[in-house]
Design a protein around this ligand. Structure first.
Ligand SMILES: O=C(O)c1ccc[n+]([C@@H]2O[C@H](COP(=O)([O-])O)[C@@H](O)[C@H]2O)c1
Ligand SMILES: Cc1cc2nc[nH]c2cc1C
Length: 338
């Protein structure tokens, strides 16, 4: 299990990322070339199989041990009218996750993933990012470590999700701080705010950037000032997964925004990540481009809670089933290419 003792340990881990196992990739590619299909004819499924081989370190990667970890947090900035829903929905949805009634319960079960629900101090929202840092150093480190604790060595794939009313506003602030651009480039309608709500979001992001921007010296400080507990937990989970060579399936706008400050400090960070889908949230396309991630699906989803990650995991399962179970040309006595 990974635990970061302090912010320096977090920064050191981010600066020294493990790389995939190139001999496992080569062995998987050799097998792929021998399977009964024209070379490349399974398209991205072939790339996914090699990606999984590299991080799992074996030529026949598996999709047996799948975990979906959903982090939940509350946000001081919610008081500025930036969400279409009241803040109490966060705790109510956590109860729904626990009772099995949410989309992620159905979708995680459908793709064979166990579900870990991690509420983070829901009774204690973060401070309003327009006037204060979201978290103290201690709080931010605790949230990051709650994320890291959800990652176990030997997982075949980690699916990540979040729940937090108002969290698309801090997510937009993280994107603007990490990749530049005005607030308007990054805010979207979230749970469904109207034009006034959208203007309040842009205003909140602009205020937060003006206050914190000059002080966001590294990923930890950016997360501490501009994110929230569930977002910092996602960042901690992604970095811990990398240290354990566990591949990660990222979900929507907020899930991807969590890695933006880390990718700013080390662009290689997203190397063990797949982007499940392109959310309908306005900034997600721009964010995926900045992270150099090509989403697997485009289904106009914008739910969060790991729902897109669970749907895209079905694609990974298909890729690995073909890779592991197809016959080779020799086994099936099929002639190869001329
Ligand atoms: O995943 C996405 O792309 C996504 C886009 C819009 C909203 N959400 C979810 O909706 C909540 C954030 O929206 P909001 O309007 O409250 O900021 C939070 O619980 C997210 O999981 C998620
Ligand atoms: C009902 C509801 C469910 C969610 N799941 C993730 N974010 C959400 C936001 C709302 C409002």
């Amino acid at each position: 299990m990974i635990r970061f003792d302090n912010r320096a340990a977090f920064a050191a881990a981010l600066a020294d990322l493990p790389v995939p196992d190139t001999s496992a990739i080569a062995a998987a590619a050799e097998r792929q070339a021998a399977l009964t299909k024209p070379a490349g004819s399974l398209g991205r499924l072939e790339e996914i199989a090699l990606f999984m081989a590299g991080w799992q370190g074996r030529d026949r990667p598996e999709a047996q041990r799948l975990r979906a970890a959903i982090f939940a947090g509350n946000h001081g900035v919610a008081a500025r009218g930036v969400s279409a829903f009241p803040a109490e929905v966060t705790v109510q949805m956590v109860a729904n996750f626990r009772h099995g009634g949410a989309a992620i319960n159905a979708l995680a079960a459908a793709c064979g993933a166990e579900l870990a629900v991690v509420p983070l101090d829901l009774e204690r929202p973060t401070d309003d990012i327009c006037t204060e840092a979201a978290m103290s150093e201690t709080e931010c480190l605790a949230a990051i470590n709650a994320g890291a604790a959800a990652v176990e060595p030997g997982l075949d794939l980690l699916l990540l999700g979040e729940m937090g009313i108002a969290n698309s506003t801090p997510a937009a602030a993280l994107c603007a701080q990490s990749f530049g651009g005005a607030a308007d480039h990054w805010v979207g309608r979230g749970t469904g705010v109207d034009g006034h709500g959208l203007a309040r979001k842009a205003q909140a992001v602009t205020l937060a950037l003006a206050l914190h921007g000059p002080h966001c010296g590294d990923a930890f400080e950016t997360l501490r000032r501009l994110s929230g507990r569930e977002i910092a937990a996602l960042a901690g989970a992604v970095l811990a997964a990398r240290m354990l060579r566990v591949p990660v399936m990222l979900d929507g706008f907020i899930g991807c925004a969590a890695v933006a400050p880390l990718a700013k400090d080390n662009p290689a960070l997203t190397g063990h990540c797949l982007a499940a889908h392109m959310s309908a949230e306005a900034g997600h396309e721009r964010l995926l481009r900045a992270l150099a991630l090509d989403p697997l699906l485009r289904l106009d989803m914008r739910l969060g809670e790991g729902s897109g990650a669970a749907v895209a995991t079905q694609i990974v399962r298909s890729a690995l089933a073909a890779h592991a179970n197809m016959a080779t040309f020799a086994e099936a006595a099929v002639a190869g290419a001329l």
